[in-house]
Structures are given as structure tokens and as C-alpha cells.
Design a binder for this molecule. Structure first.
Ligand SMILES: [Zn+2]
Ligand SMILES: [Zn+2]
Ligand SMILES: [Zn+2]
Length: 93
């Protein structure tokens, strides 16, 4: 990513989801099943699925998008509120 300009991209998916969606689990659902660990957590705003970020070795967060096409995640880290749309490939604050 060389272009650091903040763009005002309109994400039309955001109106279909609950921005205050609570995660279904406290940790990454799939990591917990296999006894693995993660770096950061993301929560899907469509379904509440909690997955680990792309810095985690299992990258369950983006795998969930590939299998379900649920477009929007937000950070599940305390004090962070950014969202990311996989379809628009854009951050939403
Ligand atoms: Zn979008
Ligand atoms: Zn995971
Ligand atoms: Zn989902």
C-alpha cells in the first residue's frame, strides 16, 4: 500500500449490519477448537463470528469471509472501533 490518502469510500454493506454486534465467543472460535492462539481478534458484523486477524498464524478472520462472503468485520480489541469491508477493501471509522 503506497497510497496513504484517506478516501471517503461509501460502503453500502454497512446499512445491512448491526454496528454494535457482540461476538459469539470471547476468543477466536476456531482457534479455541484446535487449542491454538491468536494475535488480534475481529468480529463479523453480520453473524457475530469471532476470528483471528491476518497477523495470527491461522488467519481464521479472513477465511470466514472466503467461506461465507460476510463483508464487514470490526476490531474486537478493547478501545478499537475501526471496521473493514472485504468487498470494498476499505476501512470505515
Ligand atoms: Zn462494503
Ligand atoms: Zn483463529
Ligand atoms: Zn459470518
Amino acid at each position: 500500500m503506497s497510497n496513504q490518502n484517506q478516501q471517503d469510500v461509501q460502503c453500502e454493506h454497512i446499512s445491512d449490519v448491526d454496528l454494535d454486534k457482540k461476538g459469539n465467543t470471547k476468543g477466536c472460535e476456531e482457534c479455541e477448537k484446535i487449542g491454538s492462539s491468536w494475535v488480534h481478534l475481529r468480529v463479523y458484523l453480520s453473524c457475530g463470528h469471532v476470528g483471528c486477524c491476518d497477523s495470527s498464524k491461522n488467519t481464521h478472520g479472513s477465511k470466514h469471509f472466503k467461506s461465507t462472503e460476510h463483508p464487514l468485520i470490526k476490531s474486537y480489541e478493547p478501545g478499537e472501533s475501526w471496521k473493514w469491508c472485504f468487498l470494498d477493501e476499505t476501512f470505515i471509522r
